[in-house]
Design a binder for this molecule. Structure first.
Ligand SMILES: [Zn+2]
Length: 130
């Protein structure tokens, strides 16, 4: 699959998730593919509201990464009050250690949302394969 085709597919997934779960209120300005072998599989960048996906894996794995980064967009844009309150419980962001941060950003609430997005994503992937 070419870069262009991949990006088209990723936008299709983002748009469907946005429409189905957020009434199109989630902001995603940009989706980029990058090639850095040592890097993470993906990143969500809150300032520019952009999603970066490492272009190395199989497209199925990249779609799961896309849903992961979208769940971070959801945390930042829609659940920010909830996460702010969670941080306060630990005495603020600066006082949190790696374990606390990992628990907060990838904890139960995150997993629930990620799974929900993956279900929606599979609706599109199912159609693609026919
Ligand atoms: Zn993450």
């Amino acid at each position: 699959m070419s870069h262009k085709e991949k990006l088209e597919l990723f936008w299709k997934i983002v748009n469907l998730i946005n429409e189905k779960h957020f009434d199109n209120k989630l902001i995603v300005n940009k989706i980029c593919l990058f090639e850095e072998p040592q890097s993470k599989n993906g990143m969500y960048e809150g300032l520019g509201k952009s999603i970066n996906i490492r272009d190395r894996e199989e497209v199925d794995a990249q779609c799961i990464t896309l849903c992961h980064e979208l769940a971070h967009a959801y945390q930042e844009q829609i659940l920010n009050k909830y996460y702010f309150e969670e941080m306060q419980k630990f005495g603020g962001l600066m006082k949190m250690d790696k374990w606390n941060l990992e628990e907060m950003f990838h904890g139960a609430k995150f997993k629930e949302v990620h799974e929900m997005f993956c279900e929606t994503m599979k609706e599109i992937m199912g159609v693609q394969k026919v």
